[in-house]
Ligand binder design. Structure first.
Ligand SMILES: Nc1ncnc2c1ncn2[C@@H]1O[C@H](COP(=O)(O)OP(=O)(O)OP(=O)(O)O)[C@@H](O)[C@H]1O
Ligand SMILES: [Mg+2]
Length: 280
C-alpha cells in the first residue's frame, strides 16, 4: 500500500490568489520507504508535513494517507494515530511537567496497556539517549534535550509513518547520528515509513529517495546519488553537495583524477588509489 500520496495538491495560508505555499504537488511514498525532503528555507517542506497528518487541509487536490482521505475530518484521529510528526521547534511540543509523562502521552492516547507503555518509554528514552532524564522537568531542559524528548514522544507511539521535520537540527553530532541510527533501524526492521526533512545533505544520502522542493514545488526527485550528481542544478535551488562531494569536485577541477564520491570512506579510498597509481 502507499503510505502517502498527493495528487495535484495546492495550498496557501492566506486568501490571496496566486500565492500558493504549495503548488500542484504530486508525490507518492510507498510503505517502508525512507524519503528525504530537501529545500531552502520557505520552500514548503513543513507545510507538506502539516498536510500529511491533517493539521492543514489543501485548497485543492487529494491527499491519501495509509489509504485514508486526509481531507475527510472523520479520518483525522486515525491518521494522527498512525502518522507521527516531530516539528522543528522543540517548544510547544511538550505537554506534561515530567519527562516520562510527556513520553507516555502518545501511547496513553492510543490506549496501550500500562506495561507496554512502560516498555515504550524505556525504548524511546534510550533511543534518544535521555534515560537519565526520566524524572526531569521538560521546561528546564536545553533546546536539544527538549527536542530529544519530542522525538522520544513520537517514537514511543511507533507510528506507521514517521515525519521528522528538521527535528535533529538542534542536536549535537553524536545525538544526530544516534537518532538517525534508530530511525534507520525502525525503517529497516519494522518497515516504518520515514519522511526525513533535513538541511544536512549527508543525512539525505542515507535515504532511498529524495525530493527537492523549491518555491512550493517538487523540482527534483530520485535516488539521492542521482540528485547529487546534478550539483549545478542543486545550486540553482540554493542547495549544495555533501561536504565530501564538494571536496571531490574541487579536486577534479584541479585535475586530480578522483572519481565522484559523496562519503568520507569513498574519498579516502579514491585518494589512496590515485596516490598509489602516481607512486606518491
Ligand atoms: N503559519 C503561516 N502563515 C502564513 N504563511 C506561512 C506560514 N507558515 C509558512 N508560511 C509560508 O509558506 C511558505 C512555506 O513555508 P514552510 O514553513 O513550509 O517552509 P520550509 O521549507 O519548511 O522552510 P524552513 O526550511 O525555513 O523550515 C513560506 O513562504 C512561508 O512564508
Ligand atoms: Mg520548515
Amino acid at each position: 500500500m502507499r503510505a502517502v500520496s498527493f495528487e495535484n495538491v495546492c495550498f496557501s495560508y492566506g486568501n490571496e490568489e496566486g500565492a500558493f505555499s504549495l503548488n500542484n504537488i504530486n508525490l507518492s511514498v510507498e510503505e517502508g520507504e525512507f524519503v528525504a525532503v530537501l529545500g531552502q528555507n520557505g520552500s514548503g517542506k513543513s507545510t507538506l508535513a502539516r498536510l500529511c497528518n491533517g493539521l492543514l487541509t489543501p485548497r485543492s487536490g487529494k491527499i491519501t494517507v495509509l489509504g485514508m482521505d486526509a481531507c475527510d475530518a472523520a479520518n483525522t484521529f486515525e491518521i494522527r494515530k498512525n502518522v507521527g510528526v516531530v516539528f522543528q521547534n522543540p517548544d510547544n511540543q511538550t505537554v506534561a511537567s515530567i519527562v516520562e509523562d510527556d513520553v507516555a502521552f502518545g501511547p496513553e492516547n492510543i490506549g496501550l496497556p500500562r506495561e507496554e507503555i512502560g516498555r515504550r518509554i524505556d525504548f524511546a528514552l534510550s533511543a534518544v539517549g535521555m534515560e537519565a532524564y526520566r524524572n526531569a522537568t521538560p521546561a528546564r531542559l536545553s533546546g536539544g534535550q527538549k527536542q530529544r524528548i519530542a522525538i522520544a514522544g513520537v517514537l514511543a507511539v511507533m507510528p506507521k509513518v514517521l515525519i521528522l521535520d528538521e527535528s535533529t537540527a538542534m542536536l549535537d553530532p553524536r545525538g544526530r547520528k544516534e537518532v538517525m541510527d534508530v530511525v534507520l533501524r525502525l525503517n529497516k526492521e519494522k518497515k516504518m515509513t520515514v519522511l526525513f526533512i533535513t538541511h544536512f545533505m549527508e543525512e539525505a544520502l542515507l535515504a532511498d529517495r529524495a525530493f527537492v522542493m523549491h518555491r512550493g514545488e517538487i523540482v527534483m526527485r530520485g535516488a539521492p546519488r542521482e540528485i547529487f550528481s546534478r550539483a549545478d542544478e542543486l545550486e540553482t535551488y540554493s542547495l549544495s553537495l555533501p561536504a565530501v562531494g564538494q571536496i571531490c569536485r574541487k579536486l577534479r577541477q584541479k585535475g586530480f583524477p578522483v572519481a565522484e564520491c559523496l562519503q568520507p570512506e569513498e574519498l579516502a579510498k579514491e585518494i589512496e588509489r590515485c596516490a598509489f597509481r602516481q607512486n606518491i
